[in-house]
Write a protein that binds this ligand. Structure first.
Ligand code: G1P
Ligand code: ZN
Length: 538
């Protein structure tokens, strides 16, 4: 039976960079998830009888909210819900399932790389029919609705069996449980040269893929060990667990240290990769080398034609503003545009839909293409495997040859986590107020608060980060994270371009040393945050 339940608004249901992320304990409050889901449905139009995709990264509380979402979808008039078996769908797979099954939209339950478990984080994100995150006009409407909501609709029906594929009827709506991997694996097979990659593995090439106890394990096992013939055991931490086995499922040098040490410092493996909680991020390492996400995007763009799905070339590249300018150099050589967008994958959607960009990426371990409307961890891994299979070069040779051809953009991000919000805001306000003086004092070519005019829908987005650009192209960028759940995280992005190959072997932090010192003094980071060092350097 459908029922209407009275409720009262909760404060702070404002979606951030990527949906509404809160502590599990916040989400566990009675009506909290329901209010947010109803606010989403109330902000959408014309979905009666249509299909909604629902799935998540398997973290603690995932299946509870999935059952709630299914009941609410039925009561709100959706015609069909497609849900991944056991409630699982990686973020890129969810994006593909939405597109492939021509769904109206989808709910992705994830807090990405944030820790899971009862004391960890949870999140809900709404994606549109193009498979991409809802644009700001929708998320703003959801927030506005959440502030005035008085009731939500649900059913009194029992939980459906998520463990088995198949269909169940709920109040006139079909709930269809699907294999979470099949559609996605098929898409990957269309995009990449699986025969060449199989031959690479046959020749003795060895890799490790770290699923970090999160969603990509099942995908990587089917694709790498199953379809591509990589040896059993190639995938480690491959079972999705509610608390990610205690891992912090963020594929970077800090949280994937064991993988990095094994592959980069040892001699047993040619290639190492990892993906995050919900499968959209990627980390790429080779023997003796870590590939920065910015370089990875540039290298993928330069070599995309190795892969069957990109043989005819790419239309354009898009990168987020803080991502290094390495992709711009590739775009210039290819004679295509490189778009600079605010942080967050949602800003790539219009460029991809309009065919202006084919590949896109962010410095935060996100890379992807027009095959879905999310970043895609395994896609990046398969693209690298395809490039390695086609060229039969090592990761290090590919990267150093790329630098020799284009020059090297030394790049690092320094994060100051869990800073008191007021101090972080004061720091940013201080920078904003002093931009003309900072510009003059350091002879900068640009000192601004980045704003973006979308070339497709002409929307304007302001206050996307303080950008200081030096005369030689070096950059310091400051922004506050929009995904954290405790206090504020100050992100400082540092970049310096060096053309001379004789200097490309420098250690990154050494190459950026003076910029690092300047970044701290210009913003008075120690004064505002009482921190002398960042908490995470990537
Ligand atoms: C972070 C990353 C950003 C990415 C987002 C979602 O957002 O910096 O590039 O799109 O996670 O994965 P932030 O916390 O910086 O707002
Ligand atoms: Zn993620």
């Amino acid at each position: 039976m459908s029922v209407t339940v009275a409720t009262r608004p909760f404060d702070g249901q404002k979606p951030g960079t990527s949906g509404l992320r809160k502590k599990v304990k916040v989400y566990q409050q009675p009506h909290y998830a329901e209010n947010y889901i109803q606010s989403i449905f109330d902000s959408l139009e014309g979905f009666a009888g249509k299909t909604l995709v629902v799935g998540g990264d398997g973290r603690f509380y995932n299946t509870d909210v999935i059952q709630t979402a299914i009941r609410m979808a039925a009561a709100n008039g959706f015609g069909r819900v497609i849900v991944g078996q056991n409630g699982l769908l990686s973020t890129p797979a969810a994006s593909h399932v939405i597109r492939h099954h021509k769904a109206y939209g989808g709910l992705i339950l994830s807090a990405s790389h944030n820790p899971g478990g009862p004391d960890g984080d949870f999140g809900i994100k709404y994606n549109m029919g193009n498979g991409g995150p809802a644009p700001e006009k929708v998320t703003d409407a959801v927030f506005a609705r959440s502030k005035v909501i008085t009731a939500y609709k649900t059913t009194t029906t029992p939980d459906i069996d998520l463990t088995r594929t198949g269909k169940t009827m709920i109040e006139g709506m079909t709930a269809e449980v699907i294999d979470p991997v099949a559609d996605y694996a098929q898409l990957m097979q269309q995009l990449f040269d699986f025969d060449a990659i199989r031959a690479l593995f046959k020749s003795g090439f060895r890799m490790k893929f770290d699923g970090m106890g999160a969603i990509t394990g099942p995908y990587a096992k089917v694709i790498l060990e199953g379809m591509l013939g990589a040896p059993q055991g190639t995938v480690i931490n491959g079972t999705p667990l509610p608390d990610f086995g205690g891992h912090h499922p963020d594929p970077n040098l800090v949280h994937a240290k064991e993988l990095c040490d094994t592959v980069m410092l040892g001699s047993d493996f040619d290639f190492g990769a990892a993906s995050d909680g919900d499968g959209d991020r990627n980390l790429i390492v080779g023997r003796g080398i870590y590939v920065t996400p910015s370089d990875s995007l540039a290298i993928i763009a330069a070599n995309a034609a190795c892969a069957s799905g990109y043989r005819t070339g790419i239309a354009g590249i898009a990168r987020s503003m803080p991502t290094s300018c390495a992709p711009d150099r590739v775009a210039k050589k290819l004679g295509i545009a490189c778009y600079e967008t605010p942080t967050g994958w949602k800003f790539f959607g219009n460029l991809l839909d309009a065919g202006l960009a084919t590949v896109c990426g962010e410095e935060s371990f996100g890379t992807g293409s027009n095959h879905v409307r999310e970043k895609d961890g395994l896609w990046a891994v398969l693209m690298w495997l395809n490039i390695l299979a086609s060229t039969r070069k090592s990761v290090a040779d590919i990267v150093t040859a790329h630098w020799a051809e284009y020059g090297r953009n030394f790049y690092s991000r320094h994060d100051y986590e869990e800073v008191e919000s007021e101090s972080a805001n004061r720091l940013m306000d201080g920078l904003r107020a002093n931009l003309p003086a900072i510009k003059a004092a350091h002879g900068l070519t640009t000192a601004d608060d980045f704003a973006y005019d979308d070339p497709v829908d002409k929307s304007h987005t302001s206050s996307q980060g303080i950008r200081l650009v030096f005369a030689d192209g070096a950059r310091i960028i400051y922004r506050l994270s929009g995904t954290g759940t405790a206090g504020a995280t100050l992100r400082v992005y540092l970049e310096r371009y060096i053309a001379d190959p004789a200097l490309h072997g420098m250690e990154t932090q050494a190459a950026l040393q003076d910029l690092i010192a300047l970044s701290r003094s210009i913003a008075d980071i120690p004064g505002h945050t009482a921190r002398t060092e960042p908490t995470v350097i990537t």
